[in-house]
Design a protein around this ligand. Structure first.
Ligand code: PGA
Length: 256
């Protein structure tokens, strides 16, 4: 059966000292719980990755980046390549987040090139999909998510796809305090799993973790994660507080 994953997306927050403190607190708290089949991933900003990896080395969590370049190497000032991150032993990377799509013009085509880089360098990509409020209101949310998956992800071979994690993050729920209801999350997750099944077959679909993201916190995580097709969460704001984040991890661990 597929693993559960709780990943913290810190976005562009915290100073180095605050980041170090938060990671140490998370490590301390994780020591007291048995994770069983739940993986914990922390995705800090690039400059903190090395420090995060040091702390992760003594703990049970893994480290991910929030982005990587679509290019392999060379004259791309300011970019960070998959190869560089892989050489530091970063395991995961978040790709296609709605903030990258909105503020940095990332299209499904760009995201596909990043996914390709991630797979080539043996990352576990956490690929985000999700609709805008206007798209949901117009009844287009399934079509939007299908198109994002088809263009950004379904070019992978079955073998390549087997390392992918998907995060369903309705854009209207991100950072708004308005989470999708457990029923809305389940409905979309089941739809995504069905799309994976038609493309890659039932075995792959059953093994692909699909995380929910968007105003997920310690109070609502248990009921969202209780849905059969929700395999954990991608957590923004609530991942910046150790106690809250670890409570969300516990909600995943306790999922039946
Ligand atoms: P949020 O963000 O938990 O703050 O809503 C989630 C995300 O953007 O990944």
């Amino acid at each position: 059966m597929r693993n559960k994953i709780v990943a913290g997306n810190w976005k562009m927050n915290l100073t180095f000292q605050e980041a170090e403190e938060l990671l140490s607190e998370i490590a301390d708290k994780l020591e007291k719980i048995e994770l069983r089949d739940t993986e914990v991933v922390v995705c800090p900003p690039f400059p903190y990755l090395e420090m995060a990896l040091d702390i992760a080395g003594e703990s049970v969590f893994s480290v991910g980046s929030q982005n990587l370049s679509e290019y392999e190497k060379g004259a791309y000032t300011g970019e960070v390549s998959a190869q560089m991150l892989a050489s530091m032993d970063v395991d995961y990377c978040i790709l296609g987040h709605s903030e990258r799509r909105k503020y940095f013009g990332e299209t499904d085509e760009i995201i596909a090139r990043k996914v390709d880089q991630a797979i080539r360098h043996e990352f576990i990509p956490i690929v985000c999909v999700g609709e805008l409020l206007s798209e949901r209101e117009a009844g287009k949310h399934f079509d939007v998510v299908r198109e994002q998956l088809e263009k950004g992800l379904f070019f992978l071979s079955e073998d390549e796809f087997s390392s992918v994690v998907i995060a369903y993050e309705p854009v209207w729920a991100i950072g708004t305090g308005v989470n999708a209801t457990p029923a809305q999350a389940q409905e979309m997750h089941a739809y995504i799993r069905q799309l994976i099944e038609s493309r890659y077959g039932k075995d792959v679909a059953d093994e692909t973790p699909i995380l929910y993201g968007g105003s997920c916190n310690a109070s609502n995580a248990a009921e969202i994660f209780a849905q059969p097709d929700v395999d954990g969460g991608l957590i923004g704001g609530a991942s910046l507080k150790a106690e809250e984040f670890v409570k969300i991890v516990e909600a995943a661990v306790n999922k039946k």
